[in-house]
Design a protein around this ligand. Structure first.
Ligand code: HPA
Ligand code: ZN
Length: 342
């Protein structure tokens, strides 16, 4: 049993959690990459898990993306996307995740000739089976690649429209430099018309971070912000997200790879200010930590109390796109867990 103040890894693993910043393609573990390459008859330069892992080497967002996108070449068939998502959902369920809203990058696949339908249907089939087999609920967020053109994003959204019941929202990822949120204003307005939720990455310490955060809040009108921790530099914007209850999906271990800092002080400052910030894993196969590992890393670094990690878990459900009824159910699970374990 944890003491009243120090959350143990066991307490964190058992705590009901929601994950809101998770790239399915970022869950490609080296062993699955090798297995998919073999199944699809693809010759990789690497032959062992250690050799693949050695290629997972980067020190900023651009160098990360330069490893990340080429690695996806092993994903070819509907079954590949299913297997990738099921492997992640198994690990997430074991980590205490009860609900997850997962990003996927269709343009990274359709530009290689993989049909959009195979990507989305493989991932969707995994969400259905995971609910039945693992008791974990999940939803899909289609991310546009911001270093591709606005026209490509618009075309991708139109190819997704017939499948819109399989996705809950749209997001924006990849390289933020010179690719501001406003570049995609029309596509996000159209996504809103289709009834989809909106979120966008505002990565850590980017050129124009604060202006990008301002754009997503004041011009795009997002329902959540991915990363976005640079907002601490602008008290006016902090007050707006606090008042609107907009979630900020932070990823401490990812931060420590793409910058030289976990940004623990910023995350804690936002938590103390009453912002709905929570903890996520981003690309766990690349950064070496799933969601519980991210909570543990932040708790150790920032000296978080049990009450702090419970608040982060509550925020994760409150910032989700679940119905109010479902949110209330999961929050009651947290209360019951705390009553039994603290
Ligand atoms: N930022 C931008 N692009 C990404 C990320 C991220 O955190 N993860 C995967 N693609
Ligand atoms: Zn991300």
């Amino acid at each position: 049993m944890p003491s009243a103040t120090v959350p143990t890894p066991e307490f964190i693993a058992g705590l009901p959690k929601c994950e809101l910043h998770l790239h399915l393609e970022g869950t490609l573990e080296p062993d699955l990459k090798l297995a998919l390459a073999k199944r699809n008859g693809i010759e990789l330069d690497q032959k062992t898990v250690a050799e693949v892992r050695a290629t997972y080497e980067f020190d900023d967002l651009a160098s990360f993306l330069a490893v990340y996108y080429p690695a996806m070449e092993v994903l070819r068939t509907e079954q590949d996307f299913y297997d990738l998502a099921m492997a992640y959902l198994r690990r997430a369920a074991a980590d205490g995740v009860r609900h997850v809203e997962m990003f996927f990058d269709p343009q990274a696949h359709t530009t290689r000739g993989v049909p959009f339908a195979d990507v989305v249907q493989g991932y969707h089939r995994a969400t259905v089976d995971a609910r039945d087999e693992l008791g974990i609920s999940s939803a899909l967020i289609l991310c546009f690649l911001r270093d591709h053109t606005a026209e490509s994003a618009a075309e991708t959204l139109e190819s997704a429209a017939p499948f819109k019941d399989l996705i809950v929202g749209v997001g924006l990822d990849s390289d933020e430099r010179d690719n501001p949120p406003l570049k995609f204003a029309d596509t996000f307005a159209r996504a809103r018309e289709l009834g989809l939720k909106l979120t966008m990455h505002c990565d850590i310490d980017q050129v124009g971070s604060i202006e990008h955060i301002r754009q997503v809040i004041e011009e795009i009108g997002v329902d959540r912000i991915d990363h976005g921790t640079n907002i601490v530099e602008d008290p006016r914007l902090v007050e707006i997200v606090r008042e609107r209850g907009l979630g900020l999906t932070s990823c401490p271990v990812s931060n420590s790879f793409v910058t030289d800092d976990m940004k623990a002080d910023e995350i804690v400052a936002l938590l103390r200010a009453g912002v709905k910030i929570m903890i996520n894993s981003d690309d766990p196969a690349y950064f070496g930590a799933y969601v519980a590992g991210n909570y543990v890393a932040l708790a150790e670094k920032a000296g978080l109390s049990v009450a702090d990690v419970v608040q982060l878990a509550r925020n994760s459900f409150e910032a989700s796109w679940l119905s109010d009824e479902d949110k209330a159910g999961y929050l009651a699970e947290i209360d019951a867990y705390v009553a039994a374990n603290v």
